[in-house]
Design a protein around this ligand. Structure first.
Ligand SMILES: [Zn+2]
Length: 67
């Protein structure tokens, strides 16, 4: 799946990229794969944040309801 989308040249400077590189060694531009990973990480982080917030709200609600 990932090998079909393998990026071999930099989007900004068109320089050759090292296999599985996260950045272009020539200009420092992030590769498409690295950008995807960053987006995925942000999404997972937001999901965790929402879950923690829901947990806190849930426990707060239970605490007030129990009185
Ligand atoms: Zn580059």
């Amino acid at each position: 799946m990932a090998s079909a989308l393998q990026q071999t040249t930099c989007d900004r400077c068109q320089g050759a990229l090292v296999e599985d590189a996260a950045y272009c060694y020539n200009c420092g531009e992030r590769t498409r794969k690295a950008r995807r990973m960053v987006r995925l990480a942000i999404r997972v982080e937001l999901l965790c944040l929402v879950l923690v917030a829901a947990l806190i709200i849930g426990f707060t609600w239970i605490f007030y309801v129990q009185k």
